[in-house]
Write a protein that binds this ligand. Structure first.
Ligand SMILES: [Zn+2]
Ligand SMILES: [Zn+2]
Length: 241
């Protein structure tokens, strides 16, 4: 009689969508967490432009926060271009938001004028409420996507296959995400693999600087020439907000 096949948690996790996405990210470049979040973010924005008119929930969120933050306004524009639209999605989306913006600013100006007319003693007590435009509801969605991605990486961080793929890949977990993983006590093997990659990068940076000292001996390798960009990218991660 054959033993019944019992699928353990790790096998199940590796058959899931998170593993597929992680593997996909490891085949690319940059930080595998950042690149995965960026893909999710773009996908979400494109879906949003399509579904906005029909989705009451999305409309409420957009209006509650008076539009998008700087990053997501720029990305929304890119998503509209990618959809090949003449701008109708965004126009529909922003028509009401603009009306609300006018109303909000109108109320604020009215209050500022009222305060200006008050006596000095009462002036100090009155404040003008403003909207925090540094974040928007897409930021909330992205933050959630980041947590999910980090959680799956954390769960798989001691897996032989993942470690091997990470070592061989052109990716490097960015400083922000490696710090989040360290805080959650990720597998030392994943962190060691990251240290090795950073060491290699540091050598390339040192060689790049050193070779500047030799007159005419500028035989830089491709990695040395790109080393300063790689070093900056370790920190930029492209997913800061
Ligand atoms: Zn990252
Ligand atoms: Zn945002």
């Amino acid at each position: 009689m054959t033993e019944p096949f019992i699928e353990d948690d790790m096998t199940r996790a590796k058959r899931g969508i998170s593993w597929v996405r992680l593997e996909e990210a490891l085949r690319g470049t940059g930080c595998p967490v950042c690149s995965q979040i960026e893909r999710t973010e773009q996908h979400y924005l494109e879906g949003l432009l399509y579904e906005y008119v029909l989705d009451v929930g999305v409309r409420k969120k957009l209006h509650r926060q008076h539009g998008f933050c700087t990053r997501h306004a720029k990305l929304a524009l890119m998503a509209e271009v990618k959809l090949g639209s003449d701008g109708l999605h965004l126009a529909t989306m922003f028509e009401t938001v603009l009306e609300e913006n006018i109303a909000l600013l109108g109320q604020q100006v009215k209050l500022i004028e009222e305060i200006a007319a008050e006596t000095n003693k009462r002036k100090k007590k009155k404040t003008v409420r403003s909207v925090d435009a540094g974040k928007c509801f897409v930021c909330d969605f992205v933050k959630n996507a980041e947590e999910i991605t980090l959680h799956s990486l954390l769960y798989l961080s001691d897996d032989d296959e993942l470690i091997a793929e990470y070592k061989d890949s052109k990716t490097l977990i960015c400083f922000r995400h490696v710090q989040m993983l360290a805080k959650e006590k990720a597998s030392p093997r994943l962190l060691h693999a990251t240290i090795e990659k950073v060491k290699k990068m540091k050598n390339d940076v040192s060689n790049f600087i050193m070779k500047h000292d030799y007159q005419g001996a500028h035989d830089y390798t491709r990695y040395e020439l790109d080393s300063y960009l790689d070093a900056v990218n370790l920190f930029s991660g492209q997913m800061r907000w």
